[in-house]
Design a protein around this ligand. Sequence first.
Ligand code: GLC
Ligand code: CA
Length: 575
Amino acid sequence: MNKLFIALSCLAAIAGLSCQSKKTAVAEQPDRKWWKEAVVYQIYPRSFKDANGDGIGDLKGIISKLDYIKSLGVTAVWLNPIYSSPNDDNGYDVSDYRNIMSDFGTMADFDELLKGLHARGIKLVMDLVVNHSSDEHDWFKQSRSSRTSPYRDYYHWWNAERGTPPPRYSLFDVNHDAWRYDSLTKAYYLHYFSRKQPDLNWENPKLRKEVYAIMKFWSDKGIDGFRLDAFGFAAKDTTWPVYPKGYESNFSKYYALQPHLHDYLKEMNQEVLSKYDVMSVAEGTGNTYEDAHNMVDADRHELGMAYPFEAVDIAKPDGYSVLHFKQVFSKWDSVFVEKGWLSVFLANHDQARLVSRFGNDKPAFRSLSSKMLTTFILTMRGTPYYYNGDELGMTNAGFTDIKDYRDKATLNEYQHQINIKGDMKLFMKNTEFSCRDNSRTPFQWDGTTNGGFSTGNPWIKVNPNYNTINAAAQESDPNSTLNYFRKAIKLRHDNLVLVYGKYTLLDKDNPDTYAYTRELDGKKLLVLLNFRDHIAAAKTGLDLSKAKVLISNYDQASADGKLKPYEAVVYELQN
Ligand code: GLC
Ligand code: CA
């Protein structure tokens, strides 16, 4: 099995309102928050829109598409990192947290983008990458320069005279070795990700102060939130215990939520988060539901929202169990009924395409299954996150030649597999299905060269299906995937029951369909979803004869629970 596949799945594994009585209007609920009611649209800047023709998406490109973003109905944008970076990991290796990556533009462009979003009533959430920095960050340059540098303790070092350090698994390293020897000071530094992403030392109060100052810098600019990248790994057990043999197959159990993580989060909350009206979401919510709660319950004063990965991990190349899918989402919902708040998503920049993994990307079913998945994401309790391009039903690129891949983690793993004489055929098969480059191909705007993404040479190949799958074609088609997405978002904004309402799973053991109700203040909606390419009946026992169809991905919605392939319907039930 391809290790990267395991690694990213494991990375996925780290992460992961009470029912109101009729008398209590939701407006009176003290825990009503804008970020609970938001629909988040994730933009991968490198691949969204290139304004200057150098083949790389940029801030000016996003600015040129603000009206499109607004037209979707989303109310918040999460931008993947846009800070200065040598791009070993596409911006997840930051060399200056207070500047904009030159490929992406300038701080003036950023200010214009923020203004443009706010003018349209859209919030901006930034990625905060502070488990590690780039090795080209000034802190690291200083740190590695001498053992007595005041920056030495900004990172984790192990002096060579102590012998070799206890093994630590690196997700992205060619040898999966997280300790890198640096001859200059004869010591090893720690990097859970690539060699160019040394881990920051959160035990150092000076480093923590620097991070809070960076957060204040952006908050003072007026941004509306932070997504904390890989933060579950930030605290380390610096007694460096030797882990049992084979720990690397379950390394997150050892890496996640180490001593003092909650102290750091509480401090971050006190110093920054509590002082601004910002949302905060943790990538990496630990190993258990309890871990997730401990990071996000309001009375803990740490973060605001959990981002659990258990569900995205379900999809496998040969399909997945709908029963399992329902179980995972139902369990997370039930565990968060009283306290805490969840993100609901099935895709992001670290996953392959939504429709290719969870739906069916064959032409006959692509649009239907995309709409069905959209219906699901937008009718669950929790804040929905939607990744750019999924609103068009963009599909996996599925490159078959390693030369077409750009993701360093994948390229390093390819080399690793060669070194260990791994099964390269299997590696490529898994890569085609699950590699994150699948979701990083350029956004397909229209049918012109490069899908209208760039007039230059795109940094990664455009998916050749841009001729048929693109925004311009879908704009003019009232039944398009894109226009359905807009309708589904509107439905969510018009029905607070979809945000806060009680969720109840129906027809639990049905292996093909997913049925649930959402209830709030006397309003009851029923969601029926068929996850199969054949007719399947949802047995809810509810009388649908008088139910009102609020949205459906077929012209004629099912009236008896017998669902057509990938059918999705939301009904309002009469009492
Ligand atoms: C997170 C990011 C991923 C990145 C990694 C290292 O998992 O989502 O894209 O490669 O952290 O920063
Ligand atoms: Ca550009």
